[in-house]
Each structure stands twice: as structure tokens, then as C-alpha cells.
Design a protein around this ligand. Structure first.
Ligand SMILES: Cc1ncc(COP(=O)(O)O)c(C=O)c1O
Length: 416
């Protein structure tokens, strides 16, 4: 949100209230220039199957719109629903008995809590650090900034994965955590979690698996995916976002722990104020109950069969899109290409990728760009099954424009 520009008139606080029809019209109008997610015009931020599933999530959310998930004593139903979502997650990711978990507001909070717990579980003499591949999500650095850790990032291999030998070499006496992606956001490939699990076990370190993007896709993907969950012996914790491929409402992720007792390392309790004991196991105080209810309803509504179907739809859309991209001379799909992520670049110097991104943008597509290697990035979801044809047609036209005008674009380094 931009700060208020000095010298310009500030929006006054409204004196009289406005009626809902007027406000609703204002909201509809406000959205006019936003990217159309229902039409699959972007492959980031939103996950959309169809109106029926959206309705389930919205209705469930609305049932708990006003309740506060901080208040489990007042709303015992929320404790039950939250517990059931965590239980379903523990089952999905093959957690052993004695495992536990928390429902959080998103991947960032799940990772924040994992980093906090790893730090608190292993006091070190110096400034604690996390060792990981350079591809690990940026939010680990965000957590490290707030929690006073360093992040040591080792170079990725030629196939965009963590190199266990490089990670082993970077571990020092102050290392408290190894981070692994399953898969990573930048390239969609899996780190070798089994090898990193063995390393973590041998060195007595906490291994966190970031399955924020992949968690609710990996178990259902038509192709075999590498072991990434609690079946790998050295995995201590795992994050999986319900508000991504879990298809739930925003504000929903799981942080799961192999041993529920580890929860004490990210829990907070305070008694030295007049109002008595304040205790929470996640970062937030007041929490939206709607996102818990929506996640509970969507998980149960889709069930394994629904998620398998979603994965099949995405897998099929990706294959059609990849084939179409490779049929356009001068473009190539980056490989390895795992799970839902599709990246493509230009092998012909006459096609400037920034110019291509801009031409696609002018045609109404919201374009994600990857920096290493330079490429266009798509995190495909079910909605894209219907956009393959129009996207490929626009892509071919955009390539022709770039070639014909020898266009050069401006670099845009923003992730989101
Ligand atoms: C692999 C991975 N980890 C963590 C995150 C952060 O999740 P959130 O934006 O829900 O906080 C993302 C978001 O895309 C992600 O892809």
C-alpha cells in the first residue's frame, strides 16, 4: 500500500454511512481492471476449479464469518474442526503416531513457526543458521530476519535441485535447520528429501520440508514423485498450504511435526499481566474461523477422489501447453519440469523474453517471470485446462510481434 503522498488531499473519514448497494457497486467497479482469475488469466495467487467448489468454500466460510478461532473455549466446534483438518493432514503425509500440527494462516506462518521451533529446540553458541539450497522459498529469509537467524544458501545443481554434498559442507556448529523444497516455487522440482533426511538425522538437525505449494498435489499426481513426507526418516516438520492446491479459502496452511511435543518450541504463554494466562501455539492472536471451516469443508467435499481428479486435470493441461509451446519455433520448455510448474524460455536470441512477457501482458495475461534461468513461469491449476488454446494462440501472436518489431522489453524482477 503506498503511503499518502505529501501535499495531496487525504481521503476523509466518512461522516455518514453508505448503503450496501452503493458499496457493492463500488467493489464491483473497483475490480474492473483486476486480472480475471475465473478466466485463468494468471497462473499464480489464485486456485479455481469451478463455481460449485467455490460455493462450498464460501458457504462454509460464511457459517463461521464472525467467530474467532482464538476462542476455543467459547467455540469448541472450532477446536474440533481445526483438529480434524490437522488429523487429515497428518494422515495424508504419513505422520507417525505421536505427531501433531497446527492450522496457520499460510505458508509464511507455517515456515515462521518451524524456524522458530528449530531455533528454540537447539540453542547454539553463536547466531543460529538455516542451511538450504538457493532455491528455497524467500520466506525462510523473512522468518530468519524476524527470528534472528542467518540463511546459508548453497548453489543449485544443473537440474535446479539442492546438492546434499554442498549442504553438508555448509553446515556448521550454529546450524539449527536444513530446509528442503517439495517442490520449490522457482522451478517446481523436488529437492532430494531422502538424502537430506539422512544428512539431518546423521547431524542431529531439524529438517523442514516446504511442501507449501506441492502438499495437496504431490500425493495425487499421476506421475511418481520422490519421497518427501514423514515416510522419510529424517523429516522433522512439513508445511502444506490448504489455500493453494488444497483449494480452500485464503488464510489456511498446515505446519505438521513428527513429534507433537516439539510444539512447545513455537508456542507462547504469558501470565504476568492482569488478564491471566495468554497462550497460543501460532503467531496470530485473533484468527479467522472461516478459513478453518472452509478448509474442513473443501477437504471433505473433494476427498482423495476430488484431489486426484484435480491433479489429472492439471497434468493434462500442462502436457498440452508444453507441446504447444514447443511447437512455436524459438521457444523451449525448461526441463526437468515436475508437478504443476511450467517454465519456458527463448532459445532464439531474436525473441527477447521481457518483450514477449510484455506482449502477453498487453493481451491480458498476467505473466510470471523467473530470473534463473530467465524464463516465463506458470504455476498451473485446474482453471488452466480451459485456457490452453487461447494462451497458445496469444503466445504465437506475441512471438511474431517480438520478432517482427525486434522488440526489447524491460526486466521485471518482482516475484509476486
Ligand atoms: C514453496 C513455497 N513456500 C512458501 C510459500 C509462502 O506461502 P504463503 O504465500 O502462503 O505465505 C510459497 C508461496 O507461493 C511457496 O510456493
Amino acid at each position: 500500500m503506498p503511503d499518502h503522498a505529501p501535499g495531496t488531499a487525504r481521503l476523509p473519514f466518512p461522516d455518514a454511512g453508505a448503503a450496501w448497494p452503493e458499496l457493492e457497486a463500488g467493489l464491483i467497479q473497483a475490480k474492473e481492471k483486476d486480472v480475471d482469475w475465473r478466466a485463468g488469466r494468471l497462473a499464480v495467487y489464485t486456485y479455481y476449479r469451478d463455481e460449485a467448489l467455490l460455493q462450498v468454500a464460501q458457504d462454509a466460510y460464511a457459517h463461521y464469518f464472525t467467530e474467532n478461532a482464538l476462542g476455543k473455549r467459547a467455540f469448541p466446534s472450532l477446536a474440533r474442526l481445526e483438529g480434524e483438518v490437522v488429523e487429515m493432514g497428518l494422515s495424508l503425509f504419513h505422520a507417525p503416531s505421536g505427531a501433531g500440527g497446527s492450522f496457520t494462516s499460510g505458508g509464511t506462518e507455517s515456515i515462521f513457526l518451524a524456524v522458530c521451533a528449530a531455533r528454540n529446540a537447539k540453542p547454539v553458541a553463536g547466531r543460529p543458521n538455516i542451511v538450504c539450497c538457493e532455491t528455497l522459498h524467500a520466506t525462510f529469509n523473512k522468518a530468519a530476519m524476524f527470528l534472528g537467524l542467518d540463511v546459508i544458501r548453497t548453489p543449485m545443481t544443473a537440474d535446479f535441485r539442492a546438492d546434499p554434498a554442498a549442504i553438508a559442507a555448509a553446515i556448521d556448529d550454529n546450524t539449527v535447520m536444513i530446509g528442503a523444497s517439495a517442490p520449490g516455487y522457482s522451478h517446481g522440482v523436488f529437492d532430494p528429501v531422502a538424502a537430506l533426511g539422512a544428512l539431518a538425522a546423521a547431524r542431529g538437525l531439524w529438517l523442514h520440508v516446504d511442501a507449501c505449494i506441492g502438499g495437496f498435489l504431490n500425493p495425487f499426481w499421476p506421475d511418481a514423485v520422490p519421497d518427501f513426507d514423514f515416510r522419510v526418516a529424517g523429516v522433522t516438520s512439513l508445511s502444506a498450504d490448504l489455500h493453494k492446491y488444497g483449494m480452500a479459502a485464503k488464510g489456511a496452511s498446515l505446519l505438521l511435526l513428527r513429534d507433537a511435543a516439539l510444539k512447545r518450541h513455537h508456542s507462547f504463554e504469558f501470565d504476568a499481566w492482569p488478564r491471566g494466562t495468554y497462550a497460543t501455539e501460532t503467531f496470530s492472536g485473533s484468527r479467522p474461523a472461516g478459513s478453518i471451516a472452509a478448509a474442513w469443508a473443501v477437504l471433505r467435499h473433494l476427498g482423495r477422489a476430488g484431489y486426484v481428479e484435480n491433479a489429472r486435470i492439471i497434468h493434462d493441461a500442462k502436457a498440452r501447453l508444453a507441446a504447444g509451446i514447443e511447437a512455436i519455433p524459438g521457444l523451449r520448455v525448461l526441463r526437468p519440469s515436475e508437478l504443476c510448474m511450467l517454465l519456458y524460455g527463448a532459445e532464439d536470441p531474436a525473441i527477447d523474453l521481457d518483450a514477449l512477457a510484455e506482449r502477453l501482458g498487453a493481451r491480458g495475461w498476467f505473466v510470471g517471470r523467473n530470473m534463473q534461468p530467465k524464463s516465463i513461469h506458470l504455476a498451473l491449476n485446474t482453471v488452466h485446462a480451459g485456457t490452453v488454446g487461447p494462451y497458445l494462440a496469444d503466445l504465437a501472436a506475441a512471438v511474431a510481434e517480438v520478432r517482427a518489431g525486434a522488440l526489447r522489453g524491460a526486466e521485471d524482477r518482482r516475484t509476486y
